[in-house]
Design a protein around this ligand. Sequence first.
Ligand code: PRT
Ligand code: ZN
Length: 223
Amino acid sequence: MKPRDRLRIAMQKSGRLTEPALELLNRCGLTFRQSRDKLFCFGEGEPVDLLLVRDDDIPGLIAQGVCDLGIVGRNVLNEYRLTGGLAGPALAEWRPLGFGRCRLSVAVPQELDYRDASQLQGQRIATSYPGLLGEWLRERGVDASVVTLAGSVEIAPRLGTADAICDLVQSGGTLVANQLREADVLLESEAVLAGPQALPSDERGDMIELLLKRLDGVIQVRE
Ligand code: PRT
Ligand code: ZN
């Protein structure tokens, strides 16, 4: 691939992370031209552009070298590391960004008296995170059947297609509405700045270092 002289950051086109990610980049002194319904946003002052995509595609775009960095949930990054990223270069979490906080948790029917993971033995657990759930179960020596669903995971127990679920939880309202309760936390998540393990050795590497410095300043002020 022809080396690029501008830095390219992948971020969510439309979703929970879009506004806070853009606000953070603005606070780092980056402003962008172009409307946000387009794929690209061109950086006005600095040589930094945005690629607006679905969050699930962000780790792959970094691994393929299409983008230099990405702003994505730790849940998505770590799932990619376990399931999608086996062939590509390793990805690193460069900075936690302090927004988009949630937990990836196992939830069980409200009436179940959950004590520990051993109770999930032989159960069907619905999730969109088969990599993270599979690893967590393996570490605990639990043999359960992982049912992978793209969405609406929380309704699987009511439909009778799963006994428990593993999904993102923030307020817990979705679980309550589906007669479920949070039983165990697999991962504390938030938006992170993701990139390759090693920085590019050209101007883009210098630009990334500058961006990291500005990010640290902005994050410090906010804390
Ligand atoms: O279209 P695209 O694929 O880009 O968007 P998406 O629908 O996959 O993602 P989106 O915008 O819903 O979430 C993006 C990221 O925000 C996630 O990957 C998480 O890192 C983070 N995040 C933070 C959350 C939540 N909080 C959250 N509450 N992502 C999803 N939820 C959902 C959860 O799946 C469940 O359905 O909200 C429901 C639970 O919320 P409570 O408050 O009822 O517990
Ligand atoms: Zn998504």
